[in-house]
Structures are given as structure tokens and as C-alpha cells.
Design a protein around this ligand. Structure first.
Ligand code: ANZ
Length: 959
């Protein structure tokens, strides 16, 4: 899924080789594991390693500098493909169709990707690693896990590419999918590949079309003449979100508003339920709030104003306004209608006609967003006509202005410039009277006051309406009651949510299964038994330019007959928008091959709802709202058993590119410091490589001259900035486990984070240390012995405490999706384990299981070397024993020459050396010990440390 489907095709066949950081031509970027000259290749088998039973000591302290380089690495390039093959051959992560439903289930889903030509970027594995960790954990905790992957593969880029090159979108899509699949497999994700699906496959879109028919049959899919965003250059209609600042999001082509007959889905019929059911979801509050705003429910009234003629006489025409503030009715000093208001032409006076027409033309070139932007200067034209305020009979002018939208409310407003900011701005600009009718302590006599308060200046003898002295709330109720009684209006609930424009004039999408009878223009649903209605083959994908979709070129497909009557008919040639396929894919994963139904009822009942759904925050509104809408329709017709599709949604933060340092140069090429008083944007910006930068205090400066300050900044990864990191390169250099671990270690999962290559080295070193902890030091040639250094010794209390602390931490942190701190817990464990002089099996085996959700390849290899013959994927995840988690620190008094001089906090059972080292670092004790020669130490564990100094000591001060 992608909201930014930019057409990118990887053109360079160069990747960074792991051996030398040199560019190696001809290494296919499609192959994540070309053979490497890096390490001597040995065969590994997933079989038993009996040497694991031998008692061997881990003698890391004696490693010589000669092994330094070899020490940094472990043979990930052998381990990783080996285990990926193993998982694939054994279908380790397959979720059988007939799972034991007495067991608990866990459905963890990624927002499936749009397989773009650019391949994966490092943002993808962030969410995918998180869901993979959760999936692996739950499997080991005894859940049935559903963890599928597929492709949201219809969409513009493949079609644009087809237009440019003549390559069929299907060919491009399949090629891209192959690449994505290979890349995902190279990262060791535990997807059930047997359930893979693509929205472009007829077996899949058969059911997308089926859902459309259910919507159509229930009046939820209809055709309407609507003003659409028409992009002449792309030859298509675009959705509002595909238009940015009046141009198409893709390609930047101008977009105009044009009325066209279009398929619409009646999402507004579900507005209330979409709003109410949000409360029961475990979603980020920010997304729920965005959905609430998008739905935009507001309560108010529709009030009728009678239009007056040139002489001020009442006509039979009326304008209905929508207002959320009926309490301000007496303050309405003018009215505004939208330029597209259907009655406008009836009441514009002949003198004003030309001006109004020109204004309508001016407004048609702006998007709704531009028109309603608060900062934009308000514009408008007087219609020459007046209307009667129903509350007091006053004649107020009617204006046409584009800050009122035709698509909201009634397309007309009563303007109250004393209490509405936009009206106030407009009235001041066009010299329209302002009348204050609401007061409170915060309001001033001549400024706009949009808040609630006590009503004044609001009574009329003529109409008998008097709301003075009432609170805004009471006054609003009274006005509505009065309007309903006198026939001047009624209570009204409004929504910002609009019906969903559901047609695209493009080829690469699902055909809409509708026939249009030639004779009558009547629309007829294609029979369900005829589905899928497959896309016809086409060689010419160019838009017709007239608004007629490219499918109209498939003449023999288009021209057909109504099977029921034999009457000639044409097929609908618009296709569905890209959002369609992603509206329901999570259901198909539950039962991907079912030819009889979208999803089997029993399977759906077991797997629904998705327990955890992870993806980018950019899908907070459209995708998540559209799929909730479809789900509710499916619920109403009995296809699904839950009201909501996704129980918990988590947004991963975005990954920004590596920090870039910017310096400025004047015309002569001399540097200008970033803290200069002058305007920096008048100078030329240059990017400074990291090795020419140093930190000075809180700032970054040029190494060659520290008086020049630089600005560090991380940017969104983009091809044009050249800061895109390709996951293939990282996998080649550091391995998939390192990439996974790094992406999780970068920072809190939901926050945005900056990529930093030295950070990968850090986690890579941690993995290498873990490897050596279990396998032992490398041999002089850099290779590692088979087997492990693990012993069958009974674990000590200290070892058990370290392990169980780690188990508790890792489990808790994964469950709370704090993956980064889970890794810190494992790092602490490994640091502690390096101090032990044996590595008992009872400690190391559980630790390997703890590591496995994060670094599955290494964990599988260690597990196999520890003597296990099958995958650890379904082993029980270790459970922390609370007995080993108790706080075990004690306060130890420290004496110097027999006099108590302070205390230190130590672990119960800590060694004399550790206690002494802590004492010498203690602020209070440091002054007694610093530079002194020590005669002897008397240590009674748990009781006291007494340090006896040599009498002849001379105090050495180093400060
Ligand atoms: C009089 C008034 C007085 C208003 C006041 C506001 C404050 P929400 O809450 O977003 O629903 N409005 C109505 N239809 C509109 C349209 N088609 N285009 C632009 N503005 C429109 O906003 C409802 C308020 O927005 C309405 O209440 C109306 O202005 C304006 F002190 O009416 B109000």
C-alpha cells in the first residue's frame, strides 16, 4: 500500500560488496546473496552437534589482536540463506487451513505494499520486523498465528510505465512482485507464503467486484453528476487527496473542476457508525481524532431566508443555510452562497451578472482546500440581491464567495461577522456592517468573538422571537424550536464526510461489473456467476484525453448484450480506484483460495478481527476509513462477524535519511558561518561530508576551521537528495539479522528516527559478540569451530538472575511494542555473560529463544548447534521465574583504615573486586582512595569492605 506511488525503476546494476566496500559491477541487485569471497564456505546442517555437550571454557580474554578483524563478524552470509531455505523447504510458517481452534489466535498484519519498481526501502522492514517479532513471539507462546503478505498491485505507476514503454502493466507488476518477494524473504520474515495474494489476480478481484455488486444492490453504489478533479494531462479524474495545490500529486499537472457522471459509494450512510465505533478501538488517539475530524459531525440548524426582489419585495425563492450557531441569527448581516449554488443564476441582478460569472470562473480553478484555507485572503462579489432575515425581517445583502463550498451543508451561509472569523475578515474587506450579539468576559466590543456567551441585541417585536439574556446553548435550542414552529427551518446534523468517488478513467484497475443498456442508459449488474469480469488485453494504454477511459478502446469487450433480455449494452469502462483492493484483503488472507466465497464463515469467525495492524500514519484516514466502511457493509449482510476489522492499529515512525551537514558559501567561495547575522538564504548551500565535520560544544563546525558553524539536518529519504538507503546493501554488508535488529534499536517504534550507519555496526557487533559467547573465539584463519562452548554445568544463582531479568524484560518490552528496550535487555545479558567463566546450557538455551524473534537466523543456527534437530519457531518462549527477579542489591558500608567513610550499593554476592571498584568510583569515597597505595582489603560479603592504606602514602592529586 502506498500513498506515494512514484514510478521508480532501479537502473544501476551496482551494489556495495561486503568485502571491501568497493563497487562490484554485475552483482545483481535482485539477488540478495551472491556468492561471497569473504569467508571460507563451509556446509552447515540443521542437524545435531554433539560437541555441544563437551565442557569447554569460553576464553575470550585471551583473544589476540590478530583475530581482531575476524572477531567483528560471524558467518551471517552462510547462516541466513541456509535458514531461509530451511523455512521455505519445511513451510515452517504455514498456518494450516484446519488449525486447532481451541487454541488462542493471533492475527498480525502489515499494510501490504504497493510493489513499486524501486523495490523495498528501509522504511518497509521497520514495520515488517515489528510484526514479525510479534508473530514469532506469539507462535512460541502457543497461539495459532496468521501472518500473511501480499501485494496491493493495481495503480497508476505501472500504467504510466506502460504508456511510456509499451510494457504491459501486468508484466511490470509481476516483475516488481518477484523482486519484493525475494527481498522480503532475504530478511527472514515468517510469513505464510502459501497465503500470498495480489489484488490484480482475477481470483482475488472477483471478490472485490462481488462486494461492489452487494453495494450496488443496496443502493450504496450509485452514479451522480459531480464536480470532479479533471487532470487533462493524465486524462483522468483524480481524488481530492491526489491533488496538491491545484496540480496532480503525481507529475504536477494542472487540475480543473469539471462536472462528470461518476460512480459514487455512499459512505455517508455509515457516518454515524464509523464515528461511534471508533470508541471501542485500541488505535492511536491521533488517528481516531483524524477520523472524527474527517467524518466531521456537527449539530446545528437549517434556516430559511426569503429572497427579496429589486424593490425589496419577497419572492417565492428561498435560500436555506446551514449553521452550527443558530444563537447568532440576529447577528447575520449578510449571506453568502457558493459560486456553484444551484439558485445563483435566479437571483443575480442583470447589473451584477457579468461580475458574478467572472467570479464563478475564477473560483472553478481552485481546489476546495485552497478555497477554505484560513490564511488565504477572502474574495467575493455582491449579487445585487437581498434576503430577509427570518428572525427580525431585516434585508441583508447576498454575496457569492468561494470560502463557502457547494459540497457542504446547503452551499449557503448566514454570515455573522461579529462571531465568525472568516465572515469578520470578509465584512471588514467589503465594508459590511458587524453586529455583536454574544458577550462574555473574554469578548471585546470591536473584535470578532467566536465563543459562546450570553445573548444580547436579539429580539424582534415583529416576529416575537426574543433570546436576549439566554446562554448560547439555550438560545440555539430556542431558535430551532421557533424555526420549526413557524416553518422557518429545522434541526440538522451535518457531516464533512462526502460520498466516495469510486471510478477512475484508467486501465490498470478492477473493471466495474456493470452494463449500461444502449437504449435506455439503464445500469444493470453483471451476474455474480459471471465474475470475475476480467480486464481485457490492451496494447494501447494511453488515455483517450476526452475523459473516456482507455478501456473504451477494447471495443469487442465493451459492446455486449444484457443476458436477460438480449438487448444491446455496453460495459462500464471506468475502473475502480486503487483503494478498492486494500479494503478487504485482510479477510481473504483467512481463506485465500476459496472459490465459493470471499471467506469461509467459520474461518472468518475464528480469525477476525485483525489483532494488530501495523503501517504508516499516512493511511490514518482514507484506507482505514474505507476498509471500515466496507467491513460494516459486509457485517450487515452477514459475511463477517465483527463490527470492526482492526482491533489495534500501530503506526511506525518514518525513517529519515542520515544527518546531512549544510554549510554556506559567499560568491567568492568563502564559507559563511550558519550563525551569521546576515540572511543565509542569500548564500550558496553546500553539503559537507561527515568526516569534515566535528562537534564543538552544542554545535557542529567545519573541521578545517571551527569558527564556521554548520546546520545538521535529517531529511526524508528521497532519490533526489541521494540519501536513500537500500536494504539489499545493508543485508549484504551486515546481514538480515543486523538490519532487523538495527531497525528495532533505532528508537521508539512509533517515533521518527534518523538512519545512522554506525548504529548498524553497533548492533552487528552485539550479534557477533553473542555468536562468540556461544560458539567461542574464531580460529586463527577467522573461521569458527562447529558446535558450541556451552557446558552442562548447573547455572549459578547470579546466572539465573541475569537470565530471568532478561526474560522478563524482553517479554514485557515486546508485548508493549518497545522493541528497542527489549534489545537493551539482551545486550545487558550478554555483557553480564561475558564475565562468567562458563556458559551453562540452562542459561544459553533460553537466551537463544529470547533472541529468536529479533534475530531468527542466528538463533536458529545456535539452536541447531546446541543439539536440536528442528526449528525453534514453535519452542515454548521462556517464562520469567519471579523468584529470580527480586531486588538483590544491598547497601555495603565502606571503611578506610577502619573508619566508616561511606556506603555503596552492590549486588548481593558481589565479588571483592567489584565492591572495591564501585567504592573507588564513589564520589564520597574517591577522595580517600584516589592515588593511594593499598596495603590490604578486608571484605566480608554482604557486611563490610575495609580498605587499609599504606601509611607512607603521599596524596597524589590529579586535578
Ligand atoms: C453562522 C455562524 C455564526 C457560523 C458563527 C459559525 C460561527 P462546521 O462546524 O464545520 O460544521 N458553513 C456552513 N456551510 C458552509 C459551507 N458550505 N462552506 C463554508 N462554511 C460553511 O461549520 C459550520 C459553520 O460553517 C456554519 O455555522 C456556517 O457558519 C459555516 F458565529 O453559521 B456558521
Amino acid at each position: 500500500m502506498s500513498s506515494h506511488q512514484i514510478l521508480q525503476f532501479r537502473s544501476d546494476p551496482f551494489v556495495v560488496s561486503p568485502c571491501c566496500l568497493h563497487i562490484c559491477p554485475k552483482v545483481s541487485p535482485n539477488h540478495p546473496f551472491p556468492s561471497l569471497p569473504f569467508q571460507r564456505r563451509r556446509s552447515h546442517h540443521a542437524g545435531v552437534r554433539s560437541s555441544a555437550k563437551k565442557k569447554t571454557h569460553c576464553n575470550l580474554k585471551n583473544e589476540t589482536p590478530a583475530t581482531e578483524t575476524a572477531k567483528r563478524v560471524y558467518p551471517f552470509h552462510e547462516i541466513e540463506p541456509k535458514w531461509q531455505r530451511y523455512w521455505e523447504d519445511n513451510r515452517t510458517f504455514r498456518t494450516p487451513d484446519d488449525v486447532d481452534t481451541s487454541k488462542p489466535k493471533f492475527y498480525v498484519l502489515d499494510m501490504f505494499p504497493y510493489p513499486s519498481g524501486a523495490g523495498l526501502h528501509v522504511g518497509h522492514p521497520l514495520g515488517y520486523t515489528a510484526t514479525d517479532i510479534l508473530a514469532r513471539l506469539r507462535r512460541m507462546q502457543g497461539y495459532n498465528v496468521l501472518h500473511p503478505m501480499g501485494w496491493d498491485a493495481f495503480g497508476l505507476p505501472a500504467e504510466q510505465y506502460a504508456i511510456e514503454t509499451g510494457t504491459h502493466p501486468k508484466t511490470t507488476t509481476l516483475k516488481n512482485i518477484d523482486r519484493f518477494r525475494l527481498q522480503l524473504k532475504s530478511l527472514g520474515f515468517s510469513y505464510d507464503w502459501d497465503r500470498e495474494l495480489s489484488t490484480t489476480e482475477p481470483d482475488y478481484y472477483k471478490w472485490t467486484q462481488w462486494i461492489f455488486l452487494q453495494l450496488y444492490k443496496r443502493g450504496l453504489a450509485y452514479q451522480a453528476e459531480v464536480p470532479v478533479n479533471w487532470c487533462p494531462a493524465l486524462g483522468t479524474v483524480l481524488a481530492n487527496e491526489e491533488v496538491v495545490d491545484g496540480v496532480s500529486e503525481r507529475g504536477g499537472h494542472p487540475v480543473i473542476r469539471k462536472p462528470m457522471r461518476q460512480w459514487m459509494l455512499k459512505i455517508t450512510a455509515y457516518a454515524d457508525r464509523l464515528l461511534e465505533d471508533l470508541d471501542e478501538l485500541e488505535w492511536p488517539e491521533s488517528i481516531k481524532e483524524m477520523q472524527r475530524n474527517w467524518i466531521g459531525r456537527s449539530e446545528g440548524a437549517e434556516l430559511d431566508f426569503t429572497v427579496l426582489d429589486g424593490e425589496g419585495q419577497e419572492t417565492d425563492k428561498g435560500i436555506t443555510v446551514y449553521t452550527t450557531r443558530p444563537d447568532t441569527l440576529f447577528g447575520a448581516t449578510y449571506m453568502v452562497v457558493a459560486p456553484e449554488h444551484h439558485l445563483l443564476s435566479y437571483f443575480v441582478t442583470p447589473e451584477q451578472k457579468q461580475q458574478v460569472e467572472e467570479y464563478k470562473d475564477f473560483a472553478s480553478r481552485k481546489s476546495d482546500l485552497e478555497r477554505t484555507e484560513l490564511q488565504k485572503e477572502k474574495t467575493g462579489v455582491f449579487t445585487g440581491c437581498y434576503a430577509k432575515n427570518p428572525a427580525n425581517g431585516e434585508a441583508i445583502p447576498i454575496w457569492v464567495a468561494d470560502y463557502v463550498l457547494a459540497s457542504y451543508g446547503t452551499g449557503a451561509i448566514m454570515a455573522v461577522p461579529a462571531h465568525d472569523t472568516r465572515d469578520n475578515e470578509f465584512a471588514l474587506k467589503y465594508n459590511i456592517p458587524i453586529k455583536w450579539v454574544v458577550r462574555n468576559e473574554a469578548s471585546s466590543s470591536d473584535e470578532v468573538y467566536p465563543g459562546m456567551g450570553i445573548i444580547e441585541n436579539s429580539s424582534s417585536v415583529e416576529t416575537g422571537l426574543d433570546i436576549n439574556q439566554l446562554s448560547s446553548k439555550e438560545a440555539a435550542l430556542k431558535v430551532i424550536e421557533w424555526a420549526e414552529r413557524t416553518g422557518n427551518g429545522k434541526k440538522k446534523v451535518n457531516y464533512k464526510l462526502r460520498d466516495w468517488l469510486f471510478a477512475r478513467q484508467r486501465y490498470w484497475g478492477e473493471p466495474i461489473p456493470i452494463l449500461i443498456l444502449d437504449e435506455s442508459g439503464e445500469t444493470i449488474a453483471v451476474s455474480e456467476s459471471e465474475l470475475p469480469l476480467t480486464l481485457p488485453e490492451l496494447n494501447d494504454f494511453t488515455p483517450t484525453g476526452t475523459g473516456e477511459p482507455p478501456l473504451s478502446k477494447a471495443v469487442s469487450w465493451v459492446n455486449t448484450v444484457d443476458p436477460a433480455t438480449g438487448k444491446p449494452a455496453k460495459r462500464e469502462t471506468s475502473t475502480m480506484p486503487q483503494w478498492a483492493g486494500s479494503c478487504w484483503y485482510y479477510l481473504r488472507f483467512m481463506d485465500p483460495k476459496n472459490p465459493e466465497a470471499l471467506v469461509d464463515k467459520e474461518k472468518e469467525k475464528y480469525w477476525s478481527p485483525v489483532d494488530v495492524y501495523v503501517g504508516g500514519a499516512e493511511h490514518a484516514v482514507l484506507h482505514l476509513l474505507y476498509s471500515r466502511f466496507w467491513h460494516k457493509v459486509l457485517y450487515d449482510i452477514g459475511v463477517v462477524s465483527t463490527k470492526e476489522p482492526f482491533k489495534c492499529v500501530i503506526n511506525q515512525g518514518i525513517i529519515l535519511g542520515e544527518v546531512q551537514y549544510t554549510a554556506w558559501k559567499d560568491q567568492e567561495g568563502n564559507y559563511v558561518s550558519a550563525d551569521t547575522e546576515e540572511r543565509l538564504n542569500e548564500y550558496q548551500q553546500v553539503t559537507i561530508p561527515e568526516d569534515k565535520v566535528m562537534k564543538s560544544g552544542d554545535h557542529f563546525v567545519l573541521k578545517e576551521d571551527a569558527s564556521f558553524r554548520l546546520i545538521p539536518r535529517a531529511y526524508k529519504m528521497s532519490k533526489s537528495r541521494g540519501n536513500v538507503v537500500n536494504p539489499d546493501d545493508v543485508v549484504l554488508e551486515y546481514g538480515a539479522d543486523s538490519l532487523r535488529l538495527y531497525e528495532m534499536f533505532m528508537g521508539p517504534f512509533r517515533d521518527s528516527k534518523t538512519w545512522n550507519t554506525s548504529g548498524i555496526e553497533g548492533v552487528h557487533r552485539f550479534l557477533a559478540r553473542t555468536w562468540r559467547l556461544v560458539i567461542g573465539s574464531p580460529q586463527p584463519d577467522g573461521s569458527f569451530k562447529d558446535g558450541t562452548v556451552v557446558t552442562d554445568d548447573e547455572p549459578t544463582l547470579e546466572q539465573l538472575r541475569s537470565l530471568h531479568k532478561c526474560i522478563a524484560k524482553v517479554t514485557e518490552e515486546i508485548e508493549s511494542t518497545r522493541f528497542n528496550t527489549g534489545i537493551s535487555g539482551m545486550m545487558e545479558f550478554v555483557n553480564a555473560a561475558y564475565k562468567w567463566n562458563n556458559q551453562p546450557r540452562g542459561i544459553i538455551e533460553p537466551f537463544v529463544l529470547l533472541l529468536s524473534p529479533y534475530a531468527p537466523h542466528m538463533a536458529e543456527e545456535l539452536w541447531s548447534r546446541l543439539g536440536h534437530s528442528s526449528s525453534l519457531a514453535y519452542e515454548s518462549f521462556p517464562k520469567a521465574n519471579p523468584d529470580y527477579l527480586k531486588d538483590t542489591t544491598i547497601v555495603l558500608p565502606v571503611q578506610i583504615n577502619g573508619k566508616t567513610r561511606g556506603t555503596i550499593e552492590v549486588e548481593e554476592g558481589c565479588s571483592e573486586d567489584e565492591a572495591f571498584s564501585l567504592a573507588s568510583q564513589d564520589k564520597k569515597l574517591e577522595k580517600y582512595l584516589d592515588g593511594q597505595s593499598i596495603k590490604k582489603r578486608i571484605y566480608v560479603p554482604g557486611k563490610i569492605l575495609n580498605v587499609i592504606l599504606n601509611k607512607t602514602n603521599v596524596k597524589v592529586t590529579t586535578k
